[in-house]
Design a protein around this ligand. Structure first.
Ligand code: ADP
Length: 301
């Protein structure tokens, strides 16, 4: 397991296995310097986990926010980076909507401390109005994703959770390429999407970019009635596990549809913090426990 290195500068590091240790033949000196700056900035982060989904609206940001909050509640130093520009919902989920990221020494962006002490960075913390629609074209978005990774002053973290753009296009591709030493990806899906091939495409995508699939979480699998506590499977269940077996990736678990998830999300409180004893929290913590263990095991004592 990797140990934290002081982001003091590539020249003093001497880590030969680092992707930024040497200039690639196809790189200009400027591109190399830029890549080194990115690597240096992420160097003090022991684990990097991408949260991905085949499409939007499946609860990817909810999972990313609660994963970060669960780690922080376990005493880990955690950052949460929102590079899903389609709807930067992380500031709202982490209770920092309306706040603005500051600028520190060397023009570095200062993350905002959100729910549970998680350090948050998002386009939503840089834009003038939360309702401002992002209509930039591809290359500009790619540049901003890189900037957020390279220019955010994370300091030393146990884990950075990255809420990636949905799908398998250029945007998630650039995230995967910019973080070559990521531990892997947590894939979020809903039971309805299992048949559409979205998850298969996401797994294939991860394999193509050499990103380990840490596992699949099936979200909104069954409705948890807030009145009687009964769980009703609204859609076919068990598909996530079957698909994970078929694709030979871990199935982490299922998360029920619980109206309190929406409620607490809108209030800026991740549900694992707001309702730690609820069935939804229990299911979520069980699902992410292998990921949590992986991060905790690497922690220096
Ligand atoms: P994505 O990031 O995939 O677009 P979000 O995390 O923004 O999806 O979730 C979409 C909507 O679904 C939000 O309103 C969120 O509160 C709600 N949601 C997500 N997971 C659950 C759940 N398990 N139970 C109830 N509502 C949920």
């Amino acid at each position: 397991m990797s140990t934290p290195k002081k982001p003091s500068g590539c020249s003093s590091c001497g880590e030969k296995s680092c992707a930024a240790a040497g200039r690639r033949p196809d790189e200009s000196p400027e591109e190399f310097a830029d890549r080194q700056k990115l690597a240096r900035n992420l160097c003090g982060i022991r684990h990097k986990i991408l949260v991905m989904s085949g499409k939007g609206g499946v609860g990817k940001s909810t999972v990313a926010a609660n994963l970060a909050a669960a780690m922080a509640a376990d005493g880990l130093k955690v950052g949460l980076l929102d590079v899903d520009f389609h709807g930067p919902s992380i500031p709202r989920l982490m209770g920092v909507e309306g706040q603005r990221a500051g600028v520190g020494p060397e023009e570095m962006l200062l993350p905002v401390r959100g729910a549970g002490g998680v350090l948050v960075m998002s386009m939503g913390l840089l834009m003038a109005g939360a309702e401002q629609a992002v209509i930039w074209r591809g290359p500009l978005k790619m540049g901003v994703i890189k900037q957020l990774l390279r220019d955010t002053a994370w300091g030393e973290l146990d884990c950075l959770v990255i809420d990636s753009p949905p799908g398998t296009g250029d945007e998630p591709l650039s995230v995967a390429q910019l973080v070559p030493d990521a531990d892997g990806a947590v894939l979020v899906t809903t039971p309805q999407d299992l048949s559409t091939g979205d998850v298969r495409r996401s797994v294939t995508f991860c394999r193509q970019v050499n990103l380990t699939v840490l596992g699949i979480i099936e979200n909104m699998s069954g409705f948890l009635c807030p009145h009687c506590g009964k769980e009703t499977p609204l859609f076919k269940t068990g598909g996530g596990r079957a698909l994970a077996e078929e694709m030979k990736v871990p199935f982490l678990g299922s998360l029920p549809m619980d109206p309190r998830v929406v409620e607490t999300s809108d209030e800026g409180r991740p549900f694992v913090l707001a309702h730690p004893d609820s069935r939804a929290s229990g299911a979520f913590l069980t699902a992410v426990s292998p990921v949590l263990q992986m991060v905790k095991q690497g922690k220096e004592t």
